[in-house]
Design a protein around this ligand. Structure first.
Ligand code: HEM
Length: 454
């Protein structure tokens, strides 16, 4: 799709522009995006073109290339050693979250909101990996736990996920009529204050040679310089920490909420998954991360959830220089949308593409780490999600523990076929209406209780 401002050079040359509807004056094609841009662009592609256009032409950048972030993530923050050192933390936090939900359901409340349960659980795992809060000073500890901190993070996530017209129309950005940038600055100032105190707290501990050997803030503070002698500034550290929080919380919780919604909508799939769990792990001990490779049906459920509900259905990229795709000229600084949603539902790639049918992945092995373009929930190429190892593990393991330890059902009176599956478009695409579910114990009580008394 083509909107505003074609470069002079390209106006003159004899190029083939990607096809698209005629844009509006000043607004270009923005009105065509609508409330669910991934669906609308997919429909547009189906109706208007016989090819598979994925292009949105626009004249300025969303983000700079951040190859260095990926390197720091993969080679320094999420090393195999750190991954395994947090294994106990992950299990404790998941069981703590599940236990809490069961207590609520057994204690008179009829059901729980799964977005809140899973969101808190994911946030606790990520913040413990980042901050190792057990070893923070009382002040920093109290601060991290305050509703204010959680609220600030929520605000950052909401604003980062909002549709900001200035991203698409350069002149809009200058005037900021919605006051969006003002709000953004205010919330980032709050985040910055919190983070500064956490960094100071870690630095103090470091100087006093006490504790905090293990967490990610510590890893950032003690990171040696790059080959060119560049040390990370505190602003860069805060940015990376925010990346971990933004990338590592709602993505996981939302994927699991979608998976549970599909399982509760089709109880025979839920039963089959729990039967696999019982035959591989049983009910005498809790499922471990090391059991995951032996649970192929669970894997298939996760892959099918990634396919049908990619949390980032539109990947936003920019062309750094003029290039050509399928014979079309793409000028430098063009905003490119890769419509993962449309790819994952392409009838030429998948039979019955709109149906949740995990069995399709039992015999068809696809790589979710960006090698197979038919399934790319984490993107692909240089901008692929740097936290995908942790993301995949968390989704599989949280789901495994939920399936093993809980009898899951919809609240009384809600029929599976009536469960709505509406989406809400934003930075990620969660359910529009939170999933409400009843969680009752499915394993002996001591298995759950023993793991939260730590
Ligand atoms: C189910 C879990 C997850 C999914 C589905 C997911 C998906 C994605 C996708 C699709 C992208 C954009 C790729 C692109 O632009 O082509 C992305 C970027 C990113 N993800 Fe994830 N992610 C998940 C978990 C995580 C976790 C656990 C972390 C961190 C601990 C993380 C950190 C990031 C960061 C920092 C980026 C931005 C990279 C950049 O700007 O170059 N993600 N993720």
């Amino acid at each position: 799709m083509i909107s505003l401002s074609k470069k002079k050079k390209l106006w003159k040359s004899n190029v083939r522009w990607p096809p698209g509807p005629r844009g509006w004056p000043l607004l270009g094609c923005i009105p065509f995006l609508g409330a669910c841009p991934h669906r609308n662009l997919a429909d547009l592609a189906k109706n208007c073109y016989d090819e598979n256009p994925v292009l949105w032409r626009q004249g300025h950048w969303l983000r700079q290339v951040r190859g260095c972030v990926a390197k720091i993530f993969l080679m320094e923050l999420f090393t195999a050693k750190r991954f395994s050192s947090f294994q106990v933390t992950r299990k404790q936090e998941i069981i703590r979250g599940i236990n809490g939900a069961i207590e609520i359901c057994c204690g008179g409340a009829k059901c729980v909101r799964m977005d809140l349960i899973l969101g808190k659980l994911a946030m606790n795992i990520v913040t413990r990996m980042l901050l190792n809060e057990g070893k923070l000073s009382d002040e920093a500890n109290a601060m991290k736990d305050t509703d204010d901190f959680q609220q600030t993070l929520k605000e950052v996530m909401t604003l980062a996920g909002s549709f900001y017209t200035g991203d698409f129309i350069p002149w809009w950005d200058k005037f900021d009529p919605q006051g969006f940038k003002k709000q953004m600055h205010a919330v980032f100032r709050k985040y910055d204050t919190f983070m500064q105190r956490i960094l100071d707290d870690h630095k103090m501990k470091l100087e006093a040679a006490q504790g905090t050997r293990d967490d990610i803030v510590y890893a950032l503070l003690t990171r040696p310089s790059d080959v060119d002698g560049h040390y990370l500034s505190e602003a860069e550290m805060k940015g990376i920490i925010l990346d971990v929080i933004l990338g590592g919380t709602d993505t996981n919780s939302s994927t699991i909420e979608w998976a549970l919604s599909e399982l509760l909508k089709q109880p025979h799939i839920l039963e089959k998954a729990q039967a696999e769990m019982d035959s591989v792990v049983g009910k005498e001990r809790l499922v471990e991360e090391s059991d995951l490779p032996n649970l192929p049906y669970l894997h298939a459920i996760v892959e099918e959830t990634f396919r049908l509900h990619p949390v980032a259905p539109l990947l936003m990229h920019s062309s750094m220089e003029d290039c050509e795709i399928q014979g079309y000229r793409i000028p430098a600084n063009t905003r490119l949308f890769v419509n993962v949603y449309a790819i994952h539902r392409d009838p030429e790639v998948y039979d019955r593409p709109s149906e949740f049918y995990p069995d399709r992945f039992l015999h068809r092995k696809l790589d979710v780490h960006g090698k197979d373009f038919a399934l790319m929930p984490f993107g692909s190429g240089r901008r692929i999600c740097p936290g995908r190892g942790l993301g995949l593990l968390l989704v599989q393991y949280i789901l495994a523990l939920l399936l093993q330890t809980c009898n899951l059902s919809l609240p009384a009176g809600v029929k599976p076929q009536e469960l709505d599956m509406e989406e809400k478009f934003g930075l990620i695409v969660p359910r529009r209406n939170a999933l409400k579910a009843v969680l009752l114990p499915r394993v002996p009580k001591h298995l759950l209780v023993d793991h939260v008394s730590f």
